[in-house]
Design a protein around this ligand. Structure first.
Ligand SMILES: *[C@@H]1O[C@H](CO)[C@@H](O)[C@H](O)[C@H]1NC(C)=O
Ligand SMILES: *[C@@H]1O[C@H](CO)[C@@H](O)[C@H](O)[C@H]1NC(C)=O
Ligand SMILES: *[C@@H]1O[C@H](CO)[C@@H](O)[C@H](O)[C@H]1NC(C)=O
Ligand SMILES: CC(=O)N[C@H]1CO[C@H](CO)[C@@H](O)[C@@H]1O
Length: 341
């Protein structure tokens, strides 16, 4: 049985109230606010039954309205990078705000992480809706989006739906930074990860996929068998992982990633209907943010598993399509399953 309660979390400049929803089952507690659909707190049990908050974030609304690394938020219209911020749809060129080197990232200057959503309590959870206007952040078409979080036992389910009145690229994800030892931990020593993918996308020096789809076999990107995250990063030439893994193409749900933290016994498994998962090891955190309860978040103190379409898919015809047409429904689901071992 999941209980759903809510209160006021804060007010935005201009006076709009932000609500907070608390979903609680026997084994998981999660808090989500109507600003950015941000997961502000996620507590799970360790093997002794003690709860810890395993996501990074801030103590108050101001932390989230300021510029931050998208802690816990829904990202859209298009998660990840679009090369040079341009694409062509139905013969028309579109230009998006450039906000990541030469590229556009995470929906633009005011993406879905920075808007106020309309909440509605549903069975075992909460559904948020938002209408993104025609031309908002440079994207074509009016887009209606519904993001539903439900908690059943130890499974947190995120469903994303969207409809447009003009062809537009869409791919939504949420962006929680996890540390299964608890959000205050200075590193992710003792985390083991596996990702069930035969291929990954190599990137250029602005982090745009080169267009190649490389086998993981024989590389340091091979995560098909569990590896220690820290020692695997040490083997890379890169700063850490920030790469898309290619999942088997299907609209069926598939288990794609598993993270195990031996000292606490916490396990996070991810299932998704999406075709890709970005594994990111918080390479750009630098300890300068003031996090929850005064925590500092150094480089490599958390990881993200962002289920998504492949980065820059709108410009790479060999990648799975991300165009949503008028009359179609975008419908993607990700399951986060928390257990102990
Ligand atoms: C889509 O909806 C917007 C807002 O209602 C409207 O301005 C626009 O003309 C519509 N576009 C089409 C192609 O129907
Ligand atoms: C979304 O949030 C949940 C709960 O914090 C987390 O388990 C998951 O990693 C996030 N999803 C994605 C796709 O990043
Ligand atoms: C949307 O996806 C969910 C989960 O995969 C599925 O249960 C549901 O039937 C889908 N809804 C529609 C309208 O296709
Ligand atoms: C609506 C839509 O086209 N969504 C797409 C998001 O991305 C994946 C793969 O890139 C597609 O399979 C979905 O159809």
């Amino acid at each position: 049985m999941t209980s759903v309660t809510s209160d006021v979390y804060g007010s935005l400049p201009g006076g709009h109230r932000v609500r907070r929803f608390r979903l609680q089952s026997e084994s998981v507690k999660v808090e989500i606010i109507s600003f950015g659909c941000i997961i502000t707190c996620l507590e799970t049990k360790d093997r002794h039954g003690h709860f810890s908050d395993i996501v990074l974030g801030f103590d108050d609304l101001e932390g989230y309205t300021n510029k931050h690394p998208y802690f816990g938020a829904v990202i859209g219209r298009v998660a990840n990078r679009i090369a040079k911020g341009t694409f062509t749809v139905d013969g028309k060129d579109y230009l998006l705000p450039i906000n990541n080197g030469p590229n556009s990232i995470h929906g633009g200057l005011k993406g879905f992480d920075k808007v106020l959503w309309t909440p509605e309590v549903v069975e075992n959870g909460v559904k948020f809706s938002y209408t993104s206007g025609d031309g908002e952040e440079g994207y074509p078409g009016e887009l209606n989006i519904w993001v539903t979080y439900t908690l059943v036992g130890n499974e947190l389910v995120l469903n994303y739906k969207a409809q447009t009145n003009k062809t537009t690229p869409v791919n939504l994800t949420n962006h929680s930074y996890f540390n299964l030892a608890g959000q205050r931990s200075p590193n992710f020593n003792d985390h083991e990860i596996s990702i069930d993918a035969e291929h990954y996308l190599p990137v250029d020096d602005t982090m745009i996929p080169t267009g190649d789809i490389n086998p993981v076999e024989g590389t340091n990107f091979d995560l098909r068998k569990p590896v220690n995250v820290e020692s695997q990063i040490a083997k890379l030439q890169e700063n850490g992982f920030d790469h898309n893994y290619c999942l088997k193409e299907s609209q069926k749900e598939q288990t794609c990633a598993r993270v195990y933290h031996k000292p606490s016994g916490r396990v996070l498994s991810v299932r998704t209907t999406k075709p890709g998962i970005q594994f990111y090891t918080a390479n750009f955190l630098d300890g300068s943010l003031k996090g929850k309860g005064g925590a500092v978040y150094p480089k490599h103190s958390a990881f993200c598993l962002e289920t998504q379409a492949w980065p820059d898919a709108v410009n790479k015809h060999q990648f799975p399509n991300i165009l949503l047409h008028c009359g179609e429904e975008y419908n993607q689901t990700t399951w986060f399953v928390f257990s102990v071992e």
